[in-house]
Design a protein around this ligand. Structure first.
Ligand SMILES: [Zn+2]
Length: 414
């Protein structure tokens, strides 16, 4: 039992911060449009700096514009324990995705400040630049540089729709720190986030103890048949690429069903050529997205999928080629960090379940270089990346309380 087990955050102040930050880029429908490094993002970054400075923190930037607010500990020879997420949003984003992880971190700093508690490790709240990928693709760009997934040159050269690069915008905002991105030491990292899915709400649990992030693999499937006249070609004499693709799509679904409930498969885009009402399609392209929390099972799913595509092509007298287009391996978070989250949740008396994240987060890349875990709280109907995104004051406070106590446990673990 930690000596600070009963410490809790100020839920009202946290909610006030969520309302305040939602005004920077706030939309008429109650959502937020705050793309990375725009003027709205600069406003919320200035707010972050002021708020953390008022709580006794020093705010610094690394070379990717990641913002670190540091509250000193008693042992400055130790690397800090970090909390955080991102303050940028989608074009029609909500007021919780990412923001809660940063504001929950601030709520932790405030609780310690108000209680007069100094931890052994310094504590830091970090705001990662361009998590959403809505302005500069790909997503999780700056945490990706931090974790070694991307080079800084690559990240800085990414341009938005108007041709403005991320590097130019970092310089315009004055967000380029002297510390090279990735060289910032950290003992552990905790990210609080809304679930962005419906499971916690459906099971009436307050806390999701995130054990990792599922692996995902993307493919492009091309089915080639033969164009033919829709009026003159008898049915048995056709090589209909679209009919074959329809049967393949059933098979892609069957791959996930065979690995239920963790296995997932999705076809999101399909195009047919020559796209004429009275021509049997000669070529169909569709995308496939396979996911599973276990890398070996995902491998089995891939083999099953490839086999089924070939068998289906043979039966339907068409050709098929499958090309992998993206591969994001499954992530397993640090057992000590997960245990800190779980024990804190138990001590605080919240209902919980283990959960694997279906979405990408900054924690994915940070976990490559720093012991990491995540905490999920429910969001209304699982809706996210949407102006209607919503979470209750009780749940966001509970998540922040777990964050606070997990950090206090980690203070003695690392
Ligand atoms: Zn997010």
């Amino acid at each position: 039992m930690s000596q600070h087990a009963n410490l809790t955050v100020n839920g009202q102040a946290l909610w006030h911060d969520l309302v305040t930050t939602a005004a920077f880029g706030g939309t008429e429908k109650g959502g937020v449009c705050r793309l990375a490094l725009t003027d709205e993002d600069r406003q919320v970054r200035a707010w972050f700096e002021q708020t953390c400075t008022a709580l006794g923190c020093t705010v610094t930037y690394d070379s990717m514009g990641n913002q670190f607010a540091r509250r000193p500990g008693t042992r400055d020879d130790l690397p800090p324990i970090m909390m955080g997420s991102h303050l940028d949003t989608q074009v029609t984003g909500g007021r919780f995705d990412g923001i809660l992880g940063v504001l929950g971190g601030i709520a932790v700093l405030r609780a310690l400040h108000d209680a007069g508690v100094t931890t052994m490790h310094a504590l830091e709240v970090v705001n990662w630049t361009n998590e959403e990928g809505a302005r500069f693709t790909p997503p999780m760009l700056a945490s990706g540089v931090f974790g070694g997934a991307f080079t800084e040159e690559f990240a800085g050269s990414r341009a938005d729709g108007a041709g403005i690069t991320l590097r130019q915008e970092l310089e315009r905002g004055g967000f380029v720190g002297t510390e090279p991105c990735g060289q910032h030491p950290a003992a552990a990292y905790f990210e609080l986030h809304i679930e962005q899915g419906p499971v916690l709400e459906a099971e009436d649990r307050t806390i999701g103890v995130v054990t990792g992030v599922q692996g995902m693999r993307w493919y492009e499937v091309v089915v080639r048949g033969r164009s033919a006249h829709a009026g003159t070609t008898p049915m048995p004499m056709r090589k209909d690429a679209l009919l074959a693709a329809a049967r393949m799509i059933e098979q892609v679904n069957a791959v996930a069903q065979a690995h239920a409930p963790e296995g997932l498969s999705t076809i999101g885009i399909i195009t047919a050529l020559p796209a004429s009402s009275n021509v049997v399609p000669r070529e169909v392209r569709f995308t496939v997205d396979l996911r599973n929390p276990s890398e070996p099972v995902l491998q089995t799913m891939e083999e099953d999928f490839l086999q089924r595509m070939q068998a289906c092509a043979l039966e339907n007298d068409v050709q098929v080629t499958v090309t992998p287009t993206w591969n994001s391996p499954a992530v397993h978070f640090d057992p000590r960090c997960i245990a800190s989250v779980k024990e804190s949740t138990e001590e605080l008396g919240y209902s919980m379940r283990d959960i694997v994240s279906g979405a990408g987060h900054d924690a994915v890349y940070v976990s490559r270089v720093v012991p990491t875990a995540m905490i999920f709280v429910p969001c209304l109907h699982g809706i996210s990346h949407n102006e209607a995104e919503s979470a209750t004051p009780e749940d966001v406070t509970a998540g922040s309380n777990v964050l606070l106590n997990a950090v206090l446990k980690a203070d003695h673990l690392f």
